[in-house]
Design a protein around this ligand. Structure first.
Ligand code: NMX
Ligand code: MLT
Length: 436
């Protein structure tokens, strides 16, 4: 058994026993109470699932197994310029331990070993119009691999419950290993005349992905390491993670569950916001006729967007109530690696201008930037100007978190997810009348 799998099993199986015993002896203890505004307001804050890989704090932001983003940057094995390798984060999410550089290198090699993409993926993608949205192509590419699912095959052969996690682990590792090739294939066929670039297995996961996209620039490799690390997981309640959890709970295999989650990520209030942000900034630049808009000009444009009944993309969050540490990490990256970019200065000016305007509306719970407010400007800086592709990069990263969490869910014996819905009539009869 490979080292990561063994380490995971050593941690997960005792926890499975512990949780069963907790559920048996303390199952009636209250974990939460639900108000009507939560029922009517998108289930905000309702505690209803277990998610081991990370936890979000409204003020402090994401913690991966207890580690903040600055701590992750400090402690995980990194590339030559010091940005953390996402391989290390995946290890941490599965084991709760910071891996050594050797363990991370072994995981890179393991993913290279598993990275062969079946030929039908390429023929399926080639049958689509090249201008099909890259997220749609990406998801179709994932679905085209589903026939390879080890979980589905073993389940059909009579897989016992206590081995579900093992088959889900195998599928998840294969899927993560293959995603950069699929994602790069989508990019090159959509935007580079189908001139594809073969993988380079001497590189780590992020640098190889950057290479297949078309860049061997050392700074861009570093950006990819940081990008793939910070987008990986945001606890379980976000729409893509929750979708993967829900679909996985039916014992759909990781290919089915992950592609479902990607369809949630493709919405403009979620992952597609990274595309919307940069589109909005370039529309503003066009509209104002300058690449260096003043704060006053940005203020007017923000007001115009709000007057048109639209949201300001990249701002606000369902949980966070402070600037997103993922925004801050990208800003620090720009400060360190990029000098004199009008576009990046504009992103920072927007950060000065938008929060007070949103605050003045009196209804926006979080006026601060989220992860998507910065990422596009960094990608444009390194020559990746195709906005519609950005959510695919988010998706490759998100795979690490949601698939690690999926392995945990099967190892912990999580059942079919099935919360309760109510009708408006029920609300009137059972909540409003009872309260009188
Ligand atoms: N611009 C304008 N209005 C906003 C914004 C914003 N950025 N954020 C929230 N509001 C409005 C929201 O539309 C709602 O209005 P109404 O009552 O008229 O329907 C009101 O403020 C209250 O919303 P909140 O409770 O603050 O936010 P909620 O939790 O419902 O939604 C988002 C969170 C992220 C969907 C929302 O802030 C938003 O639409 N932001 C812009 C899109 C975006 O950046 N999404 C990316 C999130 C991160 N990710 O990658 O997933
Ligand atoms: C995410 O990374 O999934 C987003 O910030 C959305 C969320 O956490 O709800």
């Amino acid at each position: 058994m490979e080292a990561l799998k063994k380490k995971f099993a050593d941690k997960a199986l005792p926890l499975y026993q512990e949780l069963r015993s907790i559920a048996k002896t303390n199952g009636d203890l209250k974990a939460d109470e639900v108000t009507l505004s939560q029922v009517l307001g998108g289930a905000r804050g309702i505690k209803m699932m277990l998610w081991e890989t990370s936890q979000l704090d409204a003020q402090k932001g994401i913690r991966f197994r207890g580690y903040s983003i600055p701590e992750i940057k400090e402690s995980l094995p990194s590339g030559p310029q010091g940005e953390p390798k996402p391989e290390g984060l995946f290890w941490l999410m599965l084991t709760g331990e910071i891996p050594t550089a050797e363990e991370v290198d072994a995981l890179t090699q393991e993913w290279h070993r598993r990275a062969d993409v079946p030929a039908q993926v390429f023929t399926t993608l080639d049958s689509l119009p090249a201008d099909t949205h890259p997220m749609t192509q990406f998801t179709i590419g994932v679905m085209a691999m589903q026939s390879d699912s080890i979980f589905s095959r073993r389940y059909a052969e009579g897989l016992p419950k206590n081995e579900y996690w093992d088959a889900v682990y195998e599928d998840s590792m294969n899927l993560i290993a293959r995603l950069p090739r699929v994602a790069a294939y989508v990019y090159r066929r959509a935007f580079k005349n189908g001139e594809h670039i073969e993988p380079d297995t001497s590189l780590d996961y992020s640098a190889n992905f950057a290479h297949m996209l078309g860049s061997d620039d050392e700074d861009f490799r570093s950006l990819m390491r940081l990008y793939l690390t910070i987008h990986a997981d945001h606890e379980g309640g976000n729409a893509s993670a929750h979708t993967v959890n829900l679909v996985g709970s039916t014992l759909s295999d990781p290919y089915l569950a992950f592609s479902a989650g990607m369809n949630a990520l493709a919405g403009p209030l979620h992952g597609l916001a990274n595309q919307e942000v940069i589109k909005w900034i370039f529309e503003m630049i066009d509209n104002l006729g300058t690449k260096t808009p003043t704060k006053e000009q940005i203020q007017e444009y923000v007001q115009q967007t709000l007057d048109e009944g639209k949201v300001i993309p990249g701002y606000g969050h369902a949980v966070l109530r402070e600037p997103d540490p993922r925004f801050v990490a990208q800003r620090r990256f720009a400060e360190q690696y990029i000098q004199d970019s009008d576009l990046i200065s504009t992103v920072w000016k927007i950060f000065d201008v938008v929060p007070p305007i949103l605050q003045s509306l009196g209804k926006v719970k979080n006026p601060w930037p989220n992860v998507d407010a910065h990422s596009g400007a960094l990608l444009v800086h390194y020559g990746f100007g195709e906005f519609s592709y950005y959510t695919v990069l988010f998706g490759v990263s998100r795979a690490l978190g949601v698939l690690a969490a999926g392995i945990w869910s099967r190892a912990l014996g999580m059942p079919l997810e099935r919360p309760k819905s109510v009708t408006s009539d029920w609300v009137r009869k059972h909540v409003l009348q009872t309260a009188k």
